[in-house]
Design a protein around this ligand. Structure first.
Ligand code: E4P
Length: 214
C-alpha cells in the first residue's frame, strides 16, 4: 500500500518525507487555506513535488468543466508528478475524461458512494478518493464503501487506484490495507500514530534496563 500525506504544510511534509516511506501528497483548498498559502499555491505545489518525488494532488477551484480543464492543464504543467484533483460532479467527470485522454492523471475527490467510484473509473481517473472519515461522521461506514469499491474494481480491468481519504486514525489505514486499497492519504498526526504501541515502549524500556543489570 502506498502512503500519501494529506497536508499543505511544508514542515509536516518534509518531516514525513524524511522517513523514506512516503509515496506522495494530497492537498485540498481547505488545507492550502489553513496555511494561508492561496496566493503561492503553484509555488507550494512545486515545492512539494521537489520534496516528495511522487504523485502530488492539486485541486482545481473551477466548477464548470471547460474551466476545470484549463485550470487542470495549468496545474499539470507545474511538474510531471502533479495529479489534478477534480470533484465528483457532472462537470468534474467530463473534465476527467478530457484530461485523462490528454495523458494527465486525475484524482476524483469527494467520493461517497460505489456508483460515484464506478463513474470516475469509467471516465479514466487515475485515482478515486472515498472519504471514509466524513462518512463515519454521519453514521455511515466509510470502510464499507472502500470494501464495495475494491470488490467492484476487482471485477474489471480499470486502472483507477483506490486512494482512501479523510482518514482519522491508524485503524482506517490497517483496514484499507487489509481490503487491498492501493493508497491511503492521512494527516501528519495519523502518520506518527502509525508507529506507536505502548507495549513497544514498555518492551524497549525493559530491554535497556535489563541490559544495564549485568
Ligand atoms: C483527500 O484528498 C482530502 O484532502 C482529505 O483526506 C479530506 O479529509 P478530511 O475529511 O479530514 O478533511
Amino acid at each position: 500500500m502506498k502512503f500519501f500525506i494529506d497536508s499543505a504544510n511544508m514542515q509536516e511534509i518534509r518531516a514525513a518525507a524524511a522517513f523514506g516511506i512516503v509515496d506522495g501528497v494530497t492537498t485540498n483548498p481547505s488545507l492550502v487555506s489553513k496555511e494561508g498559502n492561496q496566493e503561492g499555491f503553484e509555488d507550494l505545489i512545486k515545492e512539494i513535488c521537489d520534496v516528495v518525488g511522487g504523485p502530488v494532488s492539486a485541486e482545481v477551484l473551477s466548477t464548470e468543466y471547460s474551466l476545470m480543464v484549463s485550470e487542470g492543464k495549468k496545474l499539470a504543467e507545474i511538474n510531471e508528478n502533479v495529479v489534478v484533483k477534480l470533484p465528483m460532479t457532472e462537470d468534474g467527470i467530463k473534465a476527467t475524461r478530457i484530461l485523462s485522454d490528454d495523458g494527465i492523471n486525475v484524482n476524483v475527490t469527494l467520493i461517497f458512494s460505489p456508483s460515484q467510484a464506478l463513474v470516475a473509473a469509467k471516465a479514466g481517473a487515475a485515482y478515486v478518493s472515498p472519504f471514509v472519515g466524513r462518512l463515519d461522521d454521519v453514521s455511515s461506514s466509510g470502510m464499507d464503501l472502500v470494501l464495495d469499491i475494491c470488490e467492484i474494481y476487482g471485477h474489471y480491468a480499470y486502472e483507477t487506484k483506490i486512494l482512501v481519504a479523510s482518514v482519522r486514525h491508524p485503524m482506517h489505514i490497517a483496514e484499507a490495507a487489509r481490503m487491498g486499497a492501493d493508497v491511503a492519504t492521512f494527516p501528519y498526526k495519523v502518520f506518527t500514530q502509525l508507529f506507536k504501541h505502548p507495549l513497544t515502549d514498555i518492551g524497549l524500556e525493559r530491554f535497556i534496563k535489563d541490559w544495564g543489570k549485568t
